[in-house]
Design a protein around this ligand. Sequence first.
Ligand SMILES: *Cc1c(COP(=O)(O)O)cnc(C)c1O
Length: 454
Amino acid sequence: MTGTIRFDLPQSAIPTHWYNIQADLPRPLPPVLHPGTHQPVGPDDLAPLFPMGLILQEVSQERYIEIPEAVREIYKLWRPTPLLRARRLEKALDTPAHIYYKYEGVSPSGSHKLNTATAQAWYNKQEGIAGLTTETGAGQWGTALAQACSFFDMECVVYMVRISYEQKPYRRAIMQSFGASVTASPSEATQAGRAILEQDADSTGSLGIAISEAVEAAAASEGKYKYALGSVLNHVLMHQTIIGQEALQQMELAGAYPDVVVGPTGGGSNFAGIALPFLQQNLSAGKTTRLLGVEPAACPSLTRGQYAYDFGDTVGMTPLVKMYTLGHSFVPPPLHAGGLRYHGMASIICELWDQDLIEMRAIPQMETFGAAITFAKAEGIIAAPEAAHGIAGAIREALAAKEAGEKRVILFNLCGHGHFDMSAYDAYLGGQLSDYEYPQAAIDRAMAELPQVG
Ligand SMILES: *Cc1c(COP(=O)(O)O)cnc(C)c1O
């Protein structure tokens, strides 16, 4: 039990380019469709919401896109992030597996989200945009975007899912400390919000509703604001590939190469961030690393959803994206404390899943929180509940290696710390959580409401 457990890189090793998987996909992504005409959307359709610099990245087929110098300068505040070998966890599990994790919780916002927030704010600033609107659920994305906007002296308007707004006052205070304005969603400030409140005055909100509000607020601002999304879109996943590129260098320092790479999947960005550079090695360098995404059993978009065109939001304002979806009307069960509540999934992840290039597991929340506690006791870090799904997946892999008597190498993405999510741990420790399988009847009902695309 001796030897290096932490593999650090110098600042000069921060990647200079993002990796764009679109250049290497065996089959191109399905087109994104206009919600009214059902025709493929072009750059002009997206221009009210996003700056051209990001729209071009969204559809780019270039393998590498250079990271602007100003963005790399800000990355130096927390990058390269550490990669560690979890020797104490290995011992606790009594497994022959070697477990490594990449820790994105060292960013000022506490998660990987700042990697893309910084880039998105910069591209908007370049095009003279005054501020960004967005939604946030647990608060990780709103925090990251508030920080990124403050780095570039921009406004930030956040629609925060009402239940989180009420249960997480400190998250809200952090965003406000960086100058963001934060509104509980559904709100009276938008048509989308008012329509929901008319149906249900006590609505606790959902990510889908908050997205509708943020999109409407940007579209109605006559060019003052644009909209920023913290996951799902191609350019967001691409910005996160710095995680996997650093991890490739760090695994080399460790003298090992992963048999399996694991990450939690909500919209797919942190999993893509760590997995795609390894997928590139599979596709181009003959490697055979398994890539394993983990989703909650309470919100099983990939393992139980249907691959179909659906809206990205609840109200039906966004373009139609082909994705594994639980239906845009999906409202997560209130008992579910583990995050990752989005009804759909990034198009890139869906295509990789459909093409059998990645694997997926759905893990129930009691196992997930149990894994987080085991990890915390061994390694000293309280993970974000979302990140705990990655831990649970890695622990399953480590126990399978033990069963097989094999010294497998496991790498997982510890994408954020849980210091502002202790109410979820409190509920777990207080015996208030239980497992919940999303009911098939609810999935069937939502599938009947999918938009009909010819
Ligand atoms: C936002 C978030 C997620 C889920 O989003 P992905 O795009 O799937 O990464 C997971 N973990 C943490 C810590 C997050 O902040």
